[in-house]
Design a binder for this molecule. Structure first.
Ligand code: TXE
Length: 493
């Protein structure tokens, strides 16, 4: 199989790393190298940030109206939609994520650019009813500055759009660093960006490792905002890096999201929610509903149904349309699933199905869809984010217990509630500590709906109008409208 060599995209040009260094990208389905990407050096990162800074403060981008910026975002949306299938296939080859998902997600990503294209000329300030005579006071929402966007490997096109869309609508320029685990989609996206006709430096796409590339980017003096998606440990480094530039950070980290199923729920729907929340994207999703909390009256039936469903999932080549679950993205993810499932079993959890490499899959990082019944939340699988197809199931007696179990976590990203009791749906939604609650559905997303969490799941919001606040800063302008000159401050009247 031939290997594709990608290039960085800096200041509107494709280039190699300044020292020519490259790294391999592995196809998780085969375990083989299929592409190489440049490992951006300190010099490359600096050049990308300076290009973005120039575009934002001196170049053509700085002189464009908000409406013109919006039109370019519309063009980007059309260009992405046109090649969505190809972008999806590349993301699948690089990350192992199912093509049915990556292709659909790439097509939907166009809607994020469209949404923010429409928003570009609706970002406005206020005139304040100020408590002083002869003063006209207003606020402007200005672009925050150069944005450093760090994206992980599990949904690259999507997580890039949730940052680039609002950042460009606000008038910022961006430098995006892809994950070293799956660098290809971003560099393929660079080819799309190049055709749209953005002024040079508005969107820069680079690849490299956390050290030095991610560190230098997030601590760069000319970066004014960091938008990060990844793990909590890396987020702590990113926060420390920004001590150098005081750039505000938004963090979209992982989770250990509860999915609460009441006796009165439509059980078929609830099982679908649990399957989507745990086995969709092989469980490698920040909003995986990996703690399934089930009321006693339907618990046994739920375990039976979900075990049957897990065993029926068709594993295979993620590019194949018939495949329902692909491999994990890396051996690290695979090893973690093996060890956490083993630890949980030794702590008293019951493995109903899965927990190992599936028969017939000798290569690639395939892991069986796994259902574990956990007596309580001391079990390791109920506490750590696994990023794998491992569902931990817990039992509860009443609503209060369910809320207690749901909130017994350091995370706070998503939550699911399955019930046919409307009052309960609202009541429990209010009491669960999470940034998103889905009732009788799971994993739904939209450019219109804010997305983000609390606690170890991070802070700041992506998508919706909220995201614009992440990429703008408020300036307050005071204008003295009095016909008299400003009074001498040392002369008391
Ligand atoms: O992410 P990392 P990894 C969780 C999930 C997963 C774990 C680790 O639990 O198992 O995180 O995944 C860049 N300064 N999520 O190792 O390390 C790095 O190069 C600046 C949840 O893939 O957090 C990459 O581009 N940047 C999550 C990005 O950070 C640095 C999605 C993410 O890498 C850096 C992925 C540094 N010092 C993993 N060090 C979600 N929220 O969906 C690394 N990076």
């Amino acid at each position: 199989m031939s290997v594709t060599d990608y290039q960085l995209y800096i200041n509107g040009e494709f280039c190699d790393a300044s020292d020519g260094s490259r790294f391999d990208s592995i196809n998780p389905s085969t375990g083989e190298v299929w592409a190489t990407a440049p490992a951006a050096t300190e010099q490359d990162v600096d050049r990308a940030v300076k290009a973005a800074h120039h575009a934002m403060f001196e170049g053509e981008w700085s002189k464009m109206t908000a409406t013109q910026r919006g039109h370019l975002l519309f063009k980007l949306a059309d260009a992405v939609a046109e090649v969505a299938q190809d972008l999806g296939s590349i993301e699948t080859t690089d990350s192992g994520k199912l093509a049915a998902e990556t292709r659909g997600q790439s097509a939907y990503v166009a809607d994020y650019y469209r949404y923010y294209g429409g928003m570009a000329d609706k970002i406005q300030g206020d005139v304040l009813p100020i408590d002083k005579p002869d003063m006209h006071v207003y606020t402007r929402r200005e672009p925050i500055g150069v944005v450093a966007a760090i994206v992980p490997w599990n949904a690259e096109m999507f997580l890039t759009a949730t940052k680039v869309g609002p950042a460009l609508a606000a008038g910022c320029a961006v430098v995006i660093k892809a994950s070293e685990i799956a660098p290809a989609p971003i560099l393929e996206f660079a080819k799309v960006v190049d055709q749209v006709g953005f002024p040079p430096g508005v969107i820069n796409l680079i690849t490299g490792f956390g050290e030095p590339c991610g560190r230098i980017l997030t601590s760069h003096k000319q970066v004014s905002k960091v938008a990060f998606t990844g793990g909590a440990d890396t987020a702590r480094h990113v926060i420390a890096n920004t001590a150098n530039n005081f750039a505000p950070v938004s963090l979209e980290l992982g989770g250990k999201s509860p999915l609460v199923i009441f006796d009165d729920a439509d059980l078929e729907g609830a099982v679908n929610g649990a399957v989507a929340g745990n086995f969709g994207a092989s469980g490698q999703s920040c909003v995986a509903g990996s703690r399934v909390i089930v009321q006693a009256g339907v618990y046994d039936r739920f375990i039976e149904m979900v075990t049957e469903r897990a065993q029926a999932i068709r594993l295979g080549d993620p590019l194949d349309d018939d495949t329902q679950m692909g491999p994990l993205a890396t051996q690290v993810q695979y090893d973690r699933c093996i060890s956490v499932v083993a630890a949980s079993a030794s702590e008293g959890a019951t493995i109903h199905t899965g927990g190992k490499r599936p028969d017939g899959f000798e290569t690639g990082w395939y892991f069986e869809p796994t259902v574990i019944a956990c007596p309580d939340q001391t079990i390791t699988s109920t506490r750590v984010e696994l990023f794998g197809p491992v569902m931990s199931v817990l039992k509860f007696e009443n609503e209060e217990d369910a809320i207690g179990l749901a909130n017994d976590t350091e995370f706070g990203l998503g939550a699911g509630i399955f019930t046919n009791n409307l009052a309960r749906a609202h009541r429990v939604s209010e009491k669960i500590h999470s940034g998103i609650v889905w009732v009788n559905t799971y994993r739904a997303i939209s450019p219109i709906a804010p997305f983000g969490g609390f606690g170890n799941s991070g802070y700041g919001r992506e998508a919706g109008v909220d995201a614009i606040h992440e990429f703008t800063r408020t300036k307050t302008v005071w204008i003295n409208t009095s016909p008299e000159p400003m009074a001498n401050p040392f002369v008391m009247r």
